[in-house]
Design a protein around this ligand. Structure first.
Ligand code: 13P
Ligand code: SF4
Length: 306
């Protein structure tokens, strides 16, 4: 039987829904029931009435869906789909860091483990980080983890003095500034779109900075015909679907390769999705206490993002 048809049958049989991030392979993006950036995926997970969520993204995203849906089955096609940012903040080190900075509000980027979320006061994503920081009283000290580049960007945008954890995204950290400048010279009419997980030197060259959803929407709103894309190239699939006549140029990494795919996101495949729905494994299982403690910081973010 045709694989996609079979997947549809499995979904119907299990009252399952497929959520996918924009960094998934195009074939997964095309069969997802809902696609979004980290915030939109969390918001969607909060309101779905499916019994099973098959989450095509990385581990921290599936954990978020589970925290918001303790009674639902949340599945991920490959349990090894992690994230270098989440991995940079171990539970033990993060706990010590928080304890050594008493009287601070702890803001964690959603790209972190459930345990780190449970030790945070509020969560943010790339699309609401500025708003979340601005919602905290001016005199309050803020710890921001785990993305130092997003943190540096927020310091610039909000004028706040954030104490930063030293983590970074392995995909966004290796874009080549030299190649970006060369591309801008070669394509003087192109608009440069960048994700705030990039370092400051790249962001200084960008015309527009935003979450994956914001970058995709920008290509629709902008009157420009060419775009230099400074994020994981998975977003280009949606950009091409929305505006096939426009040109999207992915930026190369320091090795000269313009295929900066996230090695974690790209572990998910259609075959693994089928196996996962057939066997209901791998399933996201979290301890009760971690879920209970991680819920308020996530809900605080969702409330502020309405
Ligand atoms: P978005 O929330 O912008 O989709 O970012 C998720 C991510 O992991 C970027 O690397
Ligand atoms: Fe994590 Fe970077 Fe992959 Fe996003 S692109 S999931 S931040 S490793």
């Amino acid at each position: 039987m045709d694989k996609l048809k079979y997947l549809e049958e499995l979904k119907a049989k299990n009252n399952a829904i497929i959520l996918a991030h924009y960094y998934q392979d195009p074939d997964i993006q095309d069969i997802a029931d809902y696609m979004g950036d980290s915030l939109a995926l969390a918001q969607f997970a909060q309101k779905t009435n499916a019994d099973v969520i098959l989450f095509c993204g990385v581990h921290f995203m599936s954990e978020t869906a589970k925290i918001l849906n303790p009674d639902k089955t949340v599945l991920i096609p490959d349990l090894d789909a992690g994230c270098s940012l989440a991995d940079s903040a171990s539970t033990k080190e993060f706990k010590e860091w928080v304890e050594s900075h008493k009287n601070s509000t702890v803001v964690s980027y959603i790209n972190c483990s459930a345990e780190v979320k449970a030790m945070s006061d509020i969560i943010c994503t790339s699309s609401n980080a500025e708003k979340i920081i601005n919602s905290i009283p001016k005199e309050t000290k803020i710890l921001f983890a785990p993305d130092k580049y997003l943190g540096q960007y927020l310091i610039k945008k909000t004028g706040r003095d954030l104490t930063l954890w030293n983590g970074y995204c392995q995909v966004h950290a290796i874009f080549s500034l030299k190649d970006l400048i060369k591309l801008k010279v070669r394509h003087p009419d192109a608009e440069t779109l960048a994700h705030p997980e990039c370092d400051e030197t790249l962001l200084d060259q960008a015309d527009f900075i935003g979450s994956t959803t914001a970058l995709i929407n920008r290509t629709q709103k902008s009157s420009r015909k060419e775009f230099i894309i400074v994020t994981e190239p998975g977003v280009i699939h949606q950009m091409e679907k929305m505006n096939p006549k426009k040109k999207y140029i992915p930026l190369a990494n320091n090795e000269g390769c313009a295929c900066n795919e996230c090695p974690h996101m790209r572990l998910n495949t259609i075959d693994k999705m089928i196996y996962t729905l057939e066997s209901k494994t791998p399933e996201i299982i979290l301890g009760e206490e971690v879920m209970r403690k991680a819920t308020p910081p996530l809900l605080r973010m969702l409330d502020l993002s309405k």
